[in-house]
Write a protein that binds this ligand. Structure first.
Ligand SMILES: Nc1ncnc2c1ncn2[C@@H]1O[C@H](COP(=O)(O)OP(=O)(O)OP(=O)(O)O)[C@@H](O)[C@H]1O
Ligand SMILES: O=c1ccn([C@@H]2O[C@H](COP(=O)(O)O)[C@@H](O)[C@H]2O)c(=O)[nH]1
Length: 245
């Protein structure tokens, strides 16, 4: 059976896209080809009726910790990082709307005239109506990351799963980019991820999903069709949840 003919396993998802992935082969910024490819993949999910909340990182533009390491005050750096996620959100909205996908951008930091201020009940209404909702500006607070924002918004809007799209195809026992002998997990528990300090997702985010029992799937966004396959129930990447009973 073709995946397009199958039913979605999840009705509502929170998809977290890495900001760094938006750079493509560039050193900085946004590669329009990557945006268009992601928009097409998201459009496939909209086509089978999946409600989609999106959180996009800011690592292609600014990260507070890196700016701080270069001498900037940390909170100012984090504010710049959060503003970077708004820019990525606007670029993604543009790409989605060019594919005729209705899209809203909400920001945790009020930005009147540019994007709507985040409001949970409005977000749920938009999702229910089938609009893609991009949650930008992270949590609105410094010292957090967009992984935490994705988990927070996923829980708030009652998503069925948080899906983290990365450059690697799941969670390994160590960083697979640095260690060729890294071994991939098909499934692991929140406690295993916390105890082993596996750096694919920050620990604050994992604590949050553990406490609320929100499943997380980590997969490779560069693999064509992987997102659709995952959403219709295929085996992609790694599942982090409460683990085997
Ligand atoms: N145990 C591990 N398993 C898998 N990946 C790991 C692990 N430890 C570190 N990593 C690294 O984590 C990276 C995945 O995080 P990614 O850069 O996609 O997210 P991010 O930093 O949250 O995104 P952004 O670019 O938006 O800030 C991978 O590229 C991988 O090299
Ligand atoms: O809630 C948040 C989310 C993000 N930030 C800052 O933005 C950058 C970019 O986010 P990434 O998750 O690293 O892609 C992050 O480094 C922080 O500086 C934040 O302060 N609060």
């Amino acid at each position: 059976m073709n995946t397009n003919e199958r039913n979605a396993k999840y009705k509502r998802i929170l998809l977290k896209l890495s900001g760094e992935a938006l750079m493509g082969d560039q050193e900085f910024g946004i590669d329009p080809k990557v945006l268009d490819r992601m928009a097409l993949e998201i459009g496939q999910l909209v086509g089978i009726g999946v409600q989609i909340g999106l959180v996009i990182g800011g690592g292609n533009l600014f990260r507070g910790a890196a700016l701080h390491a270069a001498g900037m005050e940390r909170v100012t750096g984090d504010h710049m990082g959060m503003l970077a996620t708004v820019m990525n959100g606007l670029a993604m909205r543009d790409a989605l709307e060019r594919c005729n996908i209705r899209t809203r951008v909400m920001s945790a930091i009020p930005m009147s005239g540019v994007v709507e201020h985040y409001d949970r009940r409005s977000a749920i209404r938009y999702l229910t109506a089938g609009d893609v909702v991009i949650f930008s500006a992270g949590t609105g607070n410094p010292f957090f990351t967009t992984d935490s924002a994705a988990c927070l918004r996923g829980i708030e809007v009652d998503a069925d799963v948080v899906i983290k799209a990365t450059k690697v195809d799941g969670v390994y026992d160590k960083d697979p980019v640095r260690f060729a002998d890294a071994v991939k997990y098909q499934r692991l528990s929140y406690d295993e991820a916390l105890d082993q300090k596996l750096e694919v997702m920050d620990l604050t985010a994992i604590c949050l999903v553990r406490d609320q029992g929100m499943p997380v799937r980590v997969f490779n966004m560069n693999k064509p069709g992987a997102l659709l396959n995952l959403v219709v129930g295929g085996q992609e990447g790694t599942l982090i949840d409460q683990g085997e009973a």
